[in-house]
Design a protein. Structure first.
Length: 156
């Protein structure tokens, strides 16, 4: 390993971050599945107690958040060696989870599956996809502008 050139990812810290991000992803997916599979009466009680309205917004935002949690996990040291495109894998896993949730709800007497819910999940996944591209472009512009400032300083 070249000591003069700083490493973008440190193996020791990268593994710890990978484990933490994977644990966060697992906890989030488990929570999302639990909330998707509990009885509608219990969920209605939860909404009434917390004052949360707009079930549709929750469908969308839960999958936007899922995309970012998975993206953070797939972007860590461990997964970068295996996964070439963390964004694509995040979209793929989110889409599979959305389909599985709706398919399982078909067989549950206390829940109902709907194509509308599936389209809300897809909307959340698309919002994640485009937001992650925008964030990446802004980050790239910031890095480029910082590098130009460093170059300008060295030339003077």
């Amino acid at each position: 390993m070249n000591r003069n050139k700083p490493s973008a990812v440190l193996p020791g810290n990268g593994v710890a971050l990978s484990v933490a991000a994977t644990a966060a992803s697992f906890i989030y997916v488990s929570s999302l599945c639990y909330l998707s599979f509990i009885s509608a009466g219990s969920l209605g009680e939860l909404y009434r107690r917390t004052g949360i309205g707009g079930d549709d917004i929750l469908h969308i935002m839960s999958f936007v958040a899922l995309g970012f949690v998975l993206f953070a996990s797939f972007s860590t040291y461990f997964y970068r060696r295996v996964v070439e495109s963390p964004r694509a894998w995040s979209v793929f896993v989110s889409a599979i989870l959305a389909i599985v949730i709706e398919l399982v709800q078909v067989s549950m007497p206390t829940r109902h599956a709907s194509f509308f819910d599936l389209s809300l999940h897809a909307s959340g996944i698309l919002i994640f996809y485009y937001a992650s591209i925008v964030f990446q472009k802004r980050r790239a512009k910031a890095v480029i502008s910082n590098n130009r400032k460093e170059v300008d300083l060295t030339l003077k």
